[in-house]
Design a protein around this ligand. Structure first.
Ligand SMILES: Cc1cc2nc3c(=O)[nH]c(=O)nc-3n(C[C@H](O)[C@H](O)[C@H](O)COP(=O)(O)OP(=O)(O)OC[C@H]3O[C@@H](n4cnc5c(N)ncnc54)[C@H](O)[C@@H]3O)c2cc1C
Length: 337
């Protein structure tokens, strides 16, 4: 094992971990980002690319609750569940149902609104700061490297508190840090449990398809809301991204969901008149498809957790929820236990 000592270890190199690492570097902290894959290649790569500061209505609403059974069992709906995952998901679904009740849903919507109110301006500021003209996650990786963040290619497996420090096992590294930031997206649940800060976290999977086109039919993201996906121009290609599938972390991706995405997209294509994409296969090839996992919480709970190594057992939760702001702990909450 290679011993690494750092002030702050960030577990996960998606947009949340990278933006957090950058902000910490700007404060002069020593930061090591632990990431087993290409940084920025998780949900931060596969998404629809919108800074969704308008998206304050949680997935769980009274109307979703009313139609939950049919929604979940209809494999073509924007929200689907794998039947095999039902037993494992049951506790999460129970909480989801509760959080969809009128009073909870209103409270959750107002919390999300509070979280994302200045997300656009903050992301724009950060993008300007790092000179990001195009893909934000790629620019974040470059900026983090340029600004002296250390990248450790490894998967963290265990966090242990010690007196005044935190130990992170991430073979081949044994990392000693004063603090750790948990920003492993859909994989954050087990780490939160290890630091005795369990959140009812499960994963939702979204899918995307991308098409080469002679001319893109749209200049900005367009969302037919009832289908739960976006059309978006992405790096010179048309991306169709979205829908929610509940099925756990380990399930393989489901080609049928991609087919549903394609069928619905064709049905309401903004370029319906353009035979290029709506019917002729020539423009549908080559295409890329992918399924990315993202964290789903039942009550807009935190995705980033900062645990200080102090044995005083004070934990600070950095509320960096989906689509929220880039900085660390903007709405930090202190939990004394
Ligand atoms: C199809 C789809 C469309 C979406 N559209 C939008 C949108 O338009 N707008 C929007 O705001 N949001 C959207 N989202 C959500 C958004 O992509 C995510 O909220 C965001 O990317 C989460 O970033 P993250 O850094 O938390 O997670 P990720 O990008 O998933 O990063 C987590 C990282 O942690 C790493 N990791 C996992 N396990 C470990 C471990 N054990 N040790 C170390 N590292 C580990 C992973 O490899 C990964 O790189 C979409 C999501 C999907 C799936």
């Amino acid at each position: 094992m290679t011993k690494v000592t750092t002030e702050i270890a960030v577990i996960g190199g998606g947009v949340i971990g990278l933006a957090t690492a950058l902000r910490l570097r700007a404060e002069g902290r020593d930061v090591a980002v632990i990431e087993p894959n290409e940084p920025g290649s998780g949900a931060s790569y596969g998404n629809a690319g919108t800074v969704a500061d308008y998206a304050i209505i949680p997935v769980g609403t009274p109307s979703v609750l009313k139609n939950l059974a049919s929604l979940l069992l209809d494999t073509d709906s924007p929200l689907a569940i794998r039947k095999t995952a039902l037993p494992t998901l049951f506790p999460w679904l129970m909480r989801f149902a509760y959080e969809s009740l009128p009073h909870r849903y209103r409270d959750n919507a107002s919390r999300i609104a509070d979280l994302v109110s200045d997300a656009s301006s903050e992301w724009l500021d950060l993008a300007a700061e790092i000179g990001a003209s195009d893909l934000l996650s790629a620019a974040l990786v470059d900026a983090a490297r340029r600004n002296g963040c250390v990248f450790l290619q490894a998967a963290a497996t265990e966090i242990t508190r010690r007196r005044g420090s935190v130990q992170i096992a991430a073979a081949p590294f044994d990392i000693d840090a004063k603090s750790v930031v948990i920003a492993a997206g859909a994989h954050s649940g087990k780490f939160a449990t290890q630091v005795e800060d369990p959140v009812r976290l499960d994963t939702e999977r979204g899918y995307h398809l991308e098409f080469d086109m002679a001319q893109l039919p749209i200049e900005r993201p367009v969302c037919p809301t009832h289908h739960g996906f976006y059309f978006c121009p992405m790096n010179g290609r048309l991306r169709i991204a979205g829908t929610v599938e509940l099925g756990g972390l380990a399930a393989p991706s489901n080609p049928r969901r991609l087919q549903v995405l394609l069928t619905n997209a064709r049905r309401i294509s903004p370029s319906r008149a353009d035979p290029g994409w709506a019917s002729a296969p020539r423009c549908l090839i080559p295409f890329r498809s992918s399924a990315r996992q993202e964290a789903a919480t039942t009550s807009s709970s935190p995705l980033g957790t900062v645990i200080s190594g102090s044995p005083s057992r004070h934990a600070r939760l950095a509320w960096s929820a989906i689509s929220s702001r880039p900085a660390l702990g903007c709405r930090g909450r202190r939990v004394d236990r």
